[in-house]
Design a protein around this ligand. Structure first.
Ligand code: HEM
Length: 364
């Protein structure tokens, strides 16, 4: 009986060992993968890390984006940085005034400049075909000296340079809009490459000519009381039977003179900045100079069209005065009666540059 009891005990121990073994195996089979997950950052660990990393990257990207924005905001605000290049504003990467300048030049300057030039040509043509030129009633055959040789040479020298500068300048301002559609890009590029140096090289000779031409004429271009009458009568161009009073130069010519005088100062002054950019001007100065140069240039060209018309087709006898220096007495009486009377009273006169109110009846 004792044997049976020990047999029973042995069986019970064996059964318990087996149970513990199974429990251990099961426990380990559950625990070991968990340790693996801990070592290798298992699926749920990866997701957490990715989430954290994703959040960092987004924040980093936002930070970088903000830095970029701040950088360009400062650059556009004209903040000066460092540059190895020397010179004014060398450290300024972007100057926003350039955008304003471009929109002013491409917008109102070109639009209104074009309108004014076309309107001037249309008005002059309309005037010529409706009102017609002022003809001389009866030539006398006797002439009066009006312009000295110096005055004529300096007038034509300045006028020819002005016309070349006007053609090249208008090509540079309106060429892309007007010439490219007509002659094509390549031909325009070739012409613009020529127009630019011509414009630059003739600027100083023109400025010298303008000063030499205008200074001697200042005195004769000062306003007189009777000029108002000339203006009120529209210079006699609308009612040709009227001959409003005029001295050596009439009120219309005086207006042209002073327009040219002050316009010339702006044109030449602004041109100086453009011709010598290396003298250390800031970009805003150059932009202002470019706009003023274009405006004064277009205004003077428009006015000169009127002057050229009146000096050629508009008034019979004017052009011969500027070519030969002599004008018919009938022309002098009709267009410049005050001057004509003075000449007749004085009987003699030196050249107009030195005594502009006088005149010398020439033997014919
Ligand atoms: C083909 C072009 C031109 C012609 C045919 C022309 C013709 C004339 C004529 C005939 C006169 C004398 C007027 C008179 O005796 O009363 C004159 C004067 C004058 N011209 Fe011209 N001109 C031309 C271009 C220019 C240009 C481009 C300028 C300026 C840059 C200019 C400036 C003057 C000035 C200031 C006077 C003296 C004031 C006056 O009489 O109007 N001319 N011109």
């Amino acid at each position: 009986m004792k044997v049976d009891t020990s047999n029973k005990d042995r069986k019970a121990r064996k059964f318990r060992r087996m149970l513990w073994s199974v429990a251990l195996v099961l426990g380990l089979s559950m625990a070991l993968p968990l340790t693996g997950m801990l070592l290798t950052e298992g699926p749920s660990g990866q997701a957490v890390a990715q989430q954290a990393q994703g959040g960092d990257e987004a924040a980093l990207r936002a930070r970088q984006e903000q830095q970029r924005r701040d950088f360009w905001r400062q650059a556009r605000g004209g903040v000066e940085g460092y540059s190895a290049v020397t010179g004014p504003e060398a450290g300024v990467l972007i100057q926003s005034g350039g955008d304003v300048w471009r929109s002013v030049r491409e917008g109102p300057v070109k639009r209104w400049g074009g309108i004014i030039l076309i309107a001037t040509v249309v008005m002059l043509l309309a005037f010529h075909f409706i009102a017609g030129a002022v003809k001389l009633e009866q030539r006398t055959g006797r002439t009066i000296t009006r312009w000295s040789l110096f005055e004529r040479v300096i007038h034509w020298y300045t006028a020819i340079l002005f016309i070349i500068l006007a053609i090249t300048g208008l090509s540079l301002l309106f060429g892309r809009t007007v010439l490219i559609p007509v002659i094509g890009k390549e031909a325009f590029a070739a012409w613009a490459g020529l127009a630019k140096p011509i414009h630059d090289w003739l600027a100083v000779p023109f400025a010298i000519g303008l000063v030499l031409m205008m200074v001697p004429w200042i005195k004769s271009s000062l306003p007189k009381a009777y000029d108002l009458e000339w203006i009120k009568a529209g210079g006699g161009y609308l009612d040709k039977s009227k001959h409003p009073p005029a001295g050596f130069v009439n009120a219309g010519e005086k207006i042209w003179f002073w327009f040219l005088f002050f316009g010339g100062i702006v044109l030449i002054g602004s041109g100086f900045f453009l011709l010598f950019p290396n003298l250390g001007f800031e970009r805003s100065t150059m932009q202002l100079a470019l706009v003023l140069h274009a405006i004064s240039g277009v205004a003077l060209i428009a006015f000169s069209l009127g002057h050229i018309y009146l000096g050629t087709l508009g008034n019979e006898g004017s052009l011969e005065g500027m070519i030969t220096g002599e004008v018919d007495e009938a022309w002098a009486k009709a267009h410049h009666n005050v001057w004509y009377d003075e000449v007749k009273k004085q009987g003699t006169r030196p050249a107009s540059a030195t005594a502009p109110q006088g005149g010398q009846p020439a033997a014919t």
